[in-house]
Design a protein around this ligand. Sequence first.
Ligand code: AMP
Length: 610
Amino acid sequence: MDRVIGIDLGTTNSCVAFVDNGTPVVIPNRGGYKTTPSMVAVTEAGKRLVGHIAKRQAITNAENTVSAAKRLIGRKWTSPQVKNAVATSSYRIIEGPHHDVRIALRDKDHSVPEISAMILQEMRVIAEDHLGGAVQKAVITVPAYFNDNQRQATKDAGEIAGLDVIRIINEPTAAALSYGFGRNVEKTVAVYDFGGGTFDISILEIGQNGVFKVIATAGDTFLGGEDVDARIIDWLVSNFREENGIDLRQDRMALQRLRDAAEKAKCDLSGVKETEVNLPFIISSGRNEALHLQRSLTRATLEELAGDLVERTIDICQQTLEDARLDKDEIEEVILVGGMTRMPKIQQAVAAFFEREPCKGVHPDEVVALGAAIQGAALVATDQKQQMILLDVTPHPLGIMTVGNVFEELIPQNTTVPTSRQKIFTTSRDNQTAVKILVMQGNAEKAEENEFLGEFILTGLRRAPKGQIEIEVTFEINADGIVSVKAKDLETSKEQTIEVTATSGLTRDEIKQMIHDAKDQMLDRRASEEFEGARQEAEKLTAEIEKLFPMVEKIVASSDFGRDAIEKARSIVGRAKIAIERRDATAVKEQIEGLTRTHKMFKGVVAKTQ
Ligand code: AMP
């Protein structure tokens, strides 16, 4: 059977899981951690770092270390969220060729899907190392509230990473799958997912025979733990300014240190009531004197600083319940997902709102990846017992722009996907040969306030008086939540499939080039890992042989045979050293056999005389 991995591509951390003989398990990385920071960096020497090693050097290499790229994926350069990120990020965010967003790392600009692909590739390597073989297929999760552009860009990232993304699923839905897996429950559940960058709430019905039906979903893709960190940073910066008259934000390194300290303080305050933020030598006073930042932060102050953010999530819960036409007491279980749900204030607010204690049985950092793995296994399962039915919904209304900037809704929010709707368009002028259709997603009545997905132009229409040409256009949302559009001339039945090309996306050629670059990087990385493994083994053996040389020489000095063996040993050691110097993995491997034989023989000679 095909092996499928489930990847939770998080704003702050990512996690990979697979189903091992019917049991979903998280795969730890080489350091033994079950989650990997979603961070990418390029060092001064041009080396690419991903995960923990990228995080460890973030302070000293702030300008070339990317974190929270997920906040930018599928967004346009002009969006307020991108403007905000440009102002607050320690790395350089620039405008790309399609009004999209690019990230400058050293001398190269990268698209956001490319950065996400580096993280996905890392997760793939973690899985391949663990499973001992190639992994191609993956299910990747996205926030439920992601729009088409964001989903498409995430799929592109998977493709760039060389993965066959068999499904994109929503994070809260994945969490519910993991919760319901093997429990045989029939319940209406709410999944409250507050992560590093996004907030989502979904209400689902878990039914018999593995049917998971999402009833309503909503969220905010720019509300997360990072906003809580930002509140702490603001507080620290303004206190520091009052005391020292210096704005710490001007210094990238200081800002990165503040960011780390703020996040740490926030996490500490989930366990203790008061913590100390201590950043010695944070900045120079300008008079050749170093200034230190030292301040204590209480849980109560943090709760005050972040109170409105928590409130916002509760307002969204309220709205979602209304959309689902359910009362609070109809929710039978509340599942908490995402690192931020460890904050006591959040747990209290959720418990108070739903009037019930949230479920404690799921791990907030792992549950999404586990759910993705479960869905992956179900998609390739041939055995009916393993198959599940997942009915998700579209988080945003889909529509088109009509005359006067009016948004005409075609597929309402919370419609079960896959789904499709048809609409007949007629020409509005005599001899009109082309019709232009603008597709968008969103809740605003004014079309231009919604997310523009793309446009298509139907050309080559027959010349006829106005109103006589009828074109039937089908709007489709697939199970990944991705939109496509088909058009048919009703008289001739001529059909066209039109790809809605989003202006913020990448072209096919760009994606092809990026796949190629990522493959090269992967080969380089694999080659360098292969070399490192061989080098370590060869160096260990040569060191031990060299240690034994004086003793062996003494023992066998009198015989020609012995001298010959020593000569041979020296030449093997010499060849191994040259191969290491040339970084030639194959040649090093070739010498390992000889080194092992020599080492064994030397040890035997020494042992005999003792
Ligand atoms: P996720 O996107 O689910 O990995 O969640 C990451 C977010 O959870 C980050 O903003 C973390 O700072 C935050 N987080 C992790 N652990 C804790 C904790 N113990 N208390 C509060 N927030 C936490």
